[in-house]
Design a protein around this ligand. Structure first.
Ligand code: FEO
Ligand code: CA
Ligand code: CA
Ligand code: CA
Length: 698
């Protein structure tokens, strides 16, 4: 009998109240330490960050917009992994994007059409993206710091050489002037969430990469219809200047600097048809899961193309069982995109956890296998549909897209998934796997394009954000246009249980763990999980289970939920909650009515049946609220669970003038004092510890 009953741990803290303060608020009895901020130097030679827009050398400083993150234990001395060490380790973390204006004295220049972007500004912005790998340690007094002089510290940026690995390696679509044989790439960008491997490597996900590339109107006529279809499906079609206009840098006369040319994917008329004389194919080197070896600062990250190409949010593994093929679960974060699973061709061998050549071990498990996309059926079951060349519609004869081989399927993952009839989801973000049960959870952050006519069982809400009258629990009145929030504004968390509880399964059952909502919203149709003031939230994004190794001895690890809110920021800054996970199928179903008022006053209605997991009032509790205008994203702990690392992304991002910041965090951590002429805000990694030294959250 695989139906194990697991006793959740008891949450040991008082819920933090929603608030708009400019500080990180945690429960009584906990301490926040700011560890690693935008601009902090990662070698001895780089000066401290001035934080006024004059700093340079971002390849030797912390980047911006800290995001997904993993802690890798280090041996007490030396460079070897020790997955049991909770006082010294490497933090690998993503720098997803930038708040451009804070990186320059008075904001960026050369940003309008027809202007030239200054080279130094563009280099600073490019290098503030990517990854950091930094050594951190806990002193005898319990205080965490990063080691500025560590030889293991490293930045990986959008200019760091990478290898193309897996089925797409050498494909015609990844050949460029930089790598005429299509085996190498340049850099990684918009690294959102993460994953890990048990052989001590870090996985980073390339999410909103398409926006960075310039494409001129002339390009469409120079491309094949197939490539145009591919560019259109991934958001890179048509004329576009590219985010931050890096393609508009003009290097000094006589200097052949392809760092900037790489951002212009327009084909050069008359250039060789194979793409090896220009940079038209740089865009196809992005959209992958990338594996990096944090313990080897000179190693070359590998793009694992077998895991598909999309707006990769992250890649979280299922359980590793000897003799069973392991799997990684992935969300494609865009409206109406899909959830995927990659199942390795190789069965797990525990000896590989200590392999000396970690990236070669990655070759074994991540370069060949089967990529699946999820279909969620209305009866609470689901199917993993294989994205395999030659099967079903994925052939050269297909009228929509002629697939020539598996590399073609992977480059056009989204098109292949469309053809298989996968379920369109409300923006799949992070995935997390309960280590005790193997059940997989995925945040569906929100979807403003969901309407009553296109809901499906797994994405049932397309509602109006209508508040309850005083004392009422169900709002029966038709909404007015002024109340309208269209689409799934607050998001939900779907979860699935694999058939046979194995990562190799091709079928599953599913339900919804929790629906985001304000506590004051219609409880029959909107606040389906019955959230109250201690746990109401919107737009779940980051998601992570407590490590099973923690010193609290958790039988069923707890679930951490982080928010990236668009609908609730009038009431509270973004937050992190801690919850008891329960099991798939432990709840009920609810017949709901979606009522939407379009801006023109048209009222749309429709019914749906929602699957609602059991979420008793105290099963989910708010643990943290962040500073102004931030997103909470990125979390890991030490193996003992006594120190939790969390990232605070883009505090104060809405300021129009970098010299009139709308947040001073983290300089004002603890006080929350907001001074409009005070320090500029900085994305940062924090450490949370319990004052009595116990496991965080218990
Ligand atoms: Fe980078 Fe989908 O969040
Ligand atoms: Ca995210
Ligand atoms: Ca998000
Ligand atoms: Ca963000």
């Amino acid at each position: 009998d695989t139906t194990v009953t697991v006793q959740p741990a008891q949450l040991g803290f008082t819920a933090v109240a929603k608030n708009l303060n400019d500080t990180v608020t945690v429960p009584e009895g906990y301490t926040v330490t700011v560890l690693y901020r935008l601009g902090d130097p990662i070698n001895a030679a780089t000066p401290a960050y001035a934080n006024n827009g004059t700093d340079t050398d971002f390849a030797a400083r912390a980047g911006d917009h800290h995001d997904g993150m993993s802690f890798f234990g280090l041996a007490a001395t030396g460079n070897a992994p020790d997955p049991s060490n909770s006082s010294r380790g490497l933090l690998a973390l993503n720098h997803e994007n930038i708040t451009q204006r804070y990186l320059h004295p008075n904001g960026p220049t050369g940003t309008r059409a027809g202007e030239v972007r200054p080279e130094a500004e563009a280099i600073k912005e490019i290098e503030a993206h990517g990854l950091s790998i930094i050594e951190v340690s806990r002193a005898a007094n319990g205080t965490w710091s990063y080691n500025q002089a560590s030889a293991l510290n490293r930045r990986i940026t959008p200019l760091t050489p990478t290898q193309i690995s897996g089925p797409v390696r050498g494909n015609a679509l990844v050949r460029t002037a930089f790598s005429p044989d299509g085996t190498a790439g340049r850099g990684t960008i918009n690294n959102c969430a993460n994953g890990y491997t048990p052989w001590n490597t870090y996985l980073t996900a390339e999410e909103n990469w398409a926006g960075y590339f310039r494409r001129d109107a002339s390009d469409t006529a120079l491309r094949s219809s197939k490539v145009n279809a591919l560019l259109a499906r991934y958001g890179g079609g048509g004329e576009r200047p590219g985010s931050y206009r890096w393609a508009f840098v003009q290097p000094a006369a006589g200097v052949s600097d392809t760092r900037f040319a790489k951002w212009n994917i327009t084909s050069q008329p008359g250039a060789a048809a194979d793409g090896t004389q220009d940079f038209r194919n740089e865009v196809f080197q992005y959209g992958w899961i990338v594996e990096a070896d944090p313990f080897s600062p000179t190693s070359t990250p590998r793009k694992r193309t077998a895991l598909g190409r999309m707006n990769h949010e992250g890649a979280w593994p299922g359980r590793f069982v000897a003799g069973v093929r392991p799997a990684w679960y992935m969300g494609d974060d865009a409206q109406n995109e899909y959830i995927y699973k990659f199942v390795s061709a190789a069965t797990w061998s525990a000896a590989d956890a200590t392999a000396a050549d970690r990236l070669a071990t990655g070759d074994k498990y991540l370069d060949s296998g089967t990529l699946y996309v999820a279909r969620f059926d209305a009866d609470g079951t689901g199917v993993w549909l294989p994205l395999v060349f030659g099967q079903g519609p994925l052939t050269a004869a297909n009228a929509t897209y002629a697939f020539d081989n598996q590399a073609d399927v992977l480059l056009a993952t989204r098109i292949a998934a469309d053809l298989l009839g996968a379920t369109r989801m409300d923006r799949p973000e992070w995935t997390a796997v309960n280590p005790a049960t193997g059940e997989m959870y995925c945040t569906l952050t929100n979807n403003s394009s969901r309407r009553p006519a296109n809901v499906n069982a797994a994405n049932p809400r397309a509602y109006l954000d209508v508040k309850l009258p005083q004392g009422d629990t169900v709002n029966a009145d038709p909404p007015t246009a002024s109340q309208a929030t269209r689409g799934n504004a607050n998001g939900h968390i779907v979860r699935l249980r694999e058939q046979g509880d194995t990562t190799e399964a091709t079928r599953f059952t599913w339900d919804v763990y929790a629906y985001g909502a304000g506590a004051d919203l219609d409880r029959r149709n909107v606040n389906l999980s019955g959230l109250d003031a201690t746990n109401d939230f919107s737009s779940p994004d980051g998601l992570w289970f407590s490590r099973p190794t923690n010193a609290g001895g958790l039988v069923n690890p707890l679930l951490w939920v982080q928010t990236d809110d668009g609908a609730y920021t009038d009431v509270t800054n973004c937050m992190m909650l801690l919850g008891q996970p329960g099991r798939v199928g432990d709840g009920t179903t609810a017949d709901i009515t979606n009522r939407v008022v379009e801006t023109n006053g048209t009222v749309l209605t429709g019914t749906a049946t929602a699957r609602v997991g059991a979420l008793p009032g105290q099963a989910l509790r708010r643990f943290l609220v962040g500073p102004k205008e931030c997103e909470i994203t990125g979390i890991d702990s030490t193996p003992d669970g006594r120190s939790i690392f969390v990232n605070i992304q883009h505090p104060g991002e809405d300021a129009a003038d970098p010299n009139r910041p709308t947040s001073n965090w983290p300089a004002n951590q603890g006080t929350g004092t907001l001074n409009p002429t005070g320090p500029r805000p900085r994305s940062a990694t924090i450490v949370i510890t319990k004052n009595d030294g116990g496991v965080v959250g218990l």
